[in-house]
Ligand binder design. Structure first.
Ligand code: AMP
Length: 281
């Protein structure tokens, strides 16, 4: 497994793959890897001849410096996991390599970035699309894998890829969960034991919504089911609850008549967790 810390080194290695006629799959991450990330790696390996993983804690997508500074990191462990999974190249660029002259040039999906989770975390999706566009240009992959867990992010990246005509096939990969249902996240380790237990309310509320959807319901009733479940947990603070068209994130009201994406963000002692589910009538 080749480890690159510069764009130039990464490009040389990817060029050698291309010269051999091989296709390239990319998995962008912020490191501190878990089984969720590894399922993206498995999907990329399945879809392309060579797999490239990037580890970069992107400063432009964090609202608060404290959140950025406390983001968990463990490079040695990450590299051991990627090596064991048969990854071909890992790009771990310093901030200076990705933003040598700052972030004068930004990429933004203007509508989709500034709705839903984007309202809770202003500037977040602009930072994501800016860094992913740069990573796409560094690696120039044929396919790139992103988790459905970050549902709005996945839709934002699909839209950016289409609008900027990147010749890259964007693949969404289903959320990997702990045995008790909590969506795997690098942030989970920062929860206290009590908050970790209370965090089950995210997947429980989505399950309740799924059951209501299957029985026939309205968007308003779905909102109530989720809000009631989360409000019943005193350690949880509901920060975002959105039910939108699964493809275009459009507003929905009235009877559930087409696939809807439910996106929730819930805070536990300063740690923001997210989860999502697409429900069908
Ligand atoms: P992050 O390192 O948090 O930026 O995540 C990198 C990629 O892994 C993103 O595309 C996430 O959506 C994806 N991801 C994170 N957690 C999970 C999970 N539990 N299951 C599947 N994919 C995930």
């Amino acid at each position: 497994m080749k480890i690159c810390r510069t764009i130039a080194d990464c490009r040389t290695t990817v060029a050698s793959f291309r010269a051999a006629g091989e296709t390239v799959g990319l998995v962008p991450t912020m490191g501190f890897l878990h089984e969720g990330h590894m399922s993206l790696v498995a999907a990329a390996k399945e879809a392309a001849d060579r797999t490239v993983v990037t580890i970069f804690v992107n400063p432009t997508q964090f609202g608060e410096a404290a959140d950025l500074d406390s983001y968990p990191r463990d490079e040695e462990r990450d590299l051991a996991m990627l090596e064991a999974a048969g990854v071909d190249l890992v790009l771990i660029p310093p901030v200076q390599e990705v933003y040598p002259d700052g972030d004068e040039t930004i990429v933004e999906t203007t509508r989709m970035a500034n709705m839903l989770h984007g309202l809770v975390r202003p500037g977040h999706f602009r930072g994501v699309t800016t860094v992913v566009a740069r990573l796409f240009n560094f690696v120039q992959p044929d396919i790139a894998c992103f988790g459905e867990k970050d549902y709005q992010q996945l839709q934002v990246i699909k839209r950016m890829t289409r609008d900027l005509a990147f010749p890259i096939d964007i693949r969404g990969v289903p959320t990997v969960r702990e045995a008790d249902g909590l969506a795997m996240s690098s942030r989970n380790v920062r929860l206290t034991a009590q908050d970790r237990q209370a965090a089950l309310v995210l997947s429980q509320s989505l399950k309740a919504a799924e059951e209501a959807a299957a029985a026939g319901t309205t968007i308003e009733a779905l909102r109530e089911v989720i809000a009631n479940t989360i409000h019943a947990e005193p350690r949880a603070t509901l920060r975002g609850l959105d039910i939108v068209g699964a493809e275009d994130l459009s507003d929905l009201t009235g009877p559930l008549a087409s696939p809807a994406a439910i996106m929730i963000s819930v805070e536990f002692g300063g740690i923001l967790l997210i989860d999502q589910r697409v429900v069908t009538p």
